[in-house]
Write a protein that binds this ligand. Structure first.
Ligand SMILES: *Cc1c(COP(=O)(O)O)cnc(C)c1O
Length: 481
């Protein structure tokens, strides 16, 4: 058994382990929680058969298991609330909209008690137009525009809940915009701790060489750190209310130790600021980055484990620095949206390619689908690994090593590098790629003028379109001739 949340499909239900994959039952990770293999061999999610869905909506199509996404948000919220309450501390979650945001998703997350984090005018406007309480919206970005700041500072009754400042120049910029509008801005400062995490480990380095945030480490001994300098500048501007410090250490993190190390650094700076100025900021945001299982057999970061360990780290660091425990916030994106989504494709050309003598394989089967790097850029961008299965039928044919490729004009247009598919895979087969709910549609492009797929939610046998499929006419509508 893997350390997962709520997926209790044991090996007996794992149709992947059985030749032909015959019995019906839960598919388990990395598929959405409600995914089942039906007796006829096809897969249903949210009570909706994927072949029927493909027939009605066309492919490629992003499919979101609404129950799974909501349950993931709720499980994290509950685990965090319980773990921090044990230490008398409060915690708040902000769903990271960049993972996948549309108005329905913004409402689901609000209903589950999460705020929304945004990083652009588009994300901010989407959250606000979904009716999300402005006080529960955050704005990030290393180069925010005037338009973004003006909307952020005037939305709702008193502007959005938090603008996360990312540089020293931004301190005066945001204060000036606030002064011009005659409002106050609630701000946090994004700091870098030298802790970088992602994949299966974290590294802690003394220096920073990336665009986000301000370092908590002085460039030279005896100097103030860039973070402390900016914090002092914030306190000097009466238009700014300093809520606290923000740290985001990376993504797809499977080891909570990185959060522990970052929390300690952030609390140290918080105490340093208090010592210098008497101002103990009330909040610390530890960002997002909780890892998920992309492939069969992988584990995801357990919500209770991350909650308990970060709560303990924050409480210990507060005690060590002799300061009160802060309110804590997190910004999960991938761990909520990713596993709840899949992409449905139709197989087209299937081509065996003989590999040179001495290669690891004699032959690789190239399986072309009707989408590709335009709807999932992560394999090309990060070398990300995904899992795919036929979801329209099962097959008794032996497995062959396949590569799932798109229809774009790039040899790097690969969606799944390596996966075993039945040798009889053929044009017209329905293929699903798992865990595309985060950073799939949100990173999609129209490369080769391929329209972007639509997004539908499935739940209890109901299909709810969330984002309409783009058409060639939509693309031409932007073309001024
Ligand atoms: C991307 C990002 C997140 C979300 O990261 P996930 O890996 O999707 O959880 C949270 N906060 C900030 C500042 C980010 O840039």
């Amino acid at each position: 058994m893997t350390a997962t949340s709520g997926h209790d499909a044991g090996p007996a239900h794992d149709s992947r382990d059985l030749p032909g994959g015959l019995p019906d039952g839960p598919l388990g990770l990395p598929w959405p929680r409600t995914a089942v293999r039906r007796a006829d061999g096809s897969v249903a999610v949210g009570g909706v058969g994927l072949p029927e869905l493909a027939a009605a909506q066309g492919t490629p199509l992003y499919v979101v298991d609404e129950r799974d996404m909501r349950e993931r948000a709720a499980a994290l919220r509950d685990a965090m609330t319980t773990a921090f309450a044990e230490h008398g501390a409060e915690v708040e979650l902000f769903y990271a909209g960049k993972a996948f945001l549309c108005r329905a998703v913004a409402r689901w997350m609000s209903q589950e008690g999460l705020g929304i984090d945004t990083a652009s005018l588009g994300e901010l406007t989407t959250a606000l137009s979904a009716g999300v309480d402005a006080a529960r919206v955050g704005l990030h970005g290393n180069n925010k525009s005037d338009e973004e700041l003006e909307l952020a500072l005037t939305a709702g009754d008193t502007g959005i809940g938090r603008v996360v400042l990312d540089s020293l120049v931004e301190v005066d910029r945001v204060a000036d915009v606030a002064a011009g509008l005659g409002v106050r801005a609630r701000v946090m400062l994004r700091v870098t701790t030298g802790v970088h995490a992602g994949g299966h480990e974290y590294i802690s380095t003394g220096h920073e060489d990336q665009k986000f945030g301000l370092s908590v480490h002085p460039a030279r001994p005896g100097e103030d750190s860039p973070a402390l300098t900016a914090l002092l500048a914030i306190l000097a501007r009466p238009e700014l209310d300093l809520l606290g410090l923000h740290s985001h250490i990376g993504s797809q993190i499977l080891d909570p130790a990185g959060f522990d190390a970052a929390a300690r650094e952030v609390l140290r700076v918080r105490a340093e600021l208090a010592e210098r100025t008497g101002v103990l900021v009330p909040e610390v945001d530890l960002g997002g980055g909780f890892g998920v299982a992309y492939l069969p057999g992988e584990v995801e970061l357990d919500p209770e484990r991350i909650a308990k360990e970060t709560a303990a780290a924050v409480v210990e660091a507060a005690a060590e620095t002799g300061t009160a425990v802060p309110r804590v916030s997190f910004e999960p994106g991938r761990s909520i949206a990713g596993p709840a989504g899949l992409t449905l494709y139709t197989v087209g050309t299937v081509k065996p390619v003989r590999l040179p003598e001495g290669s690891e394989l004699a032959e690789r089967l190239y399986v072309s689908i009707d989408g590709g790097m335009g709807d999932n850029i992560r394999p090309a961008l990060y070398g990300a690994a995904y899992h795919a299965e036929l979801v329209g039928r099962t097959s008794g044919a032996p497995p062959v090593r396949a590569r799932v490729v798109g229809k774009h004009c790039e040899s790097g247009d690969i969606v799944v590098h390596d996966v075993d598919l039945p040798a009889d895979v053929h044009a017209g087969d329905l293929l699903a790629v798992a865990v595309t709910g985060a950073y799939g549609r949100s990173m999609a492009s129209t490369y080769n003028l391929l329209p972007r797929p639509g997004v539908v939610a499935v739940r209890d046998g109901e299909v709810t379109p969330l984002v309409r499929r783009e058409s060639v006419a939509d693309l031409l509508a932007l073309d001024l001739g």
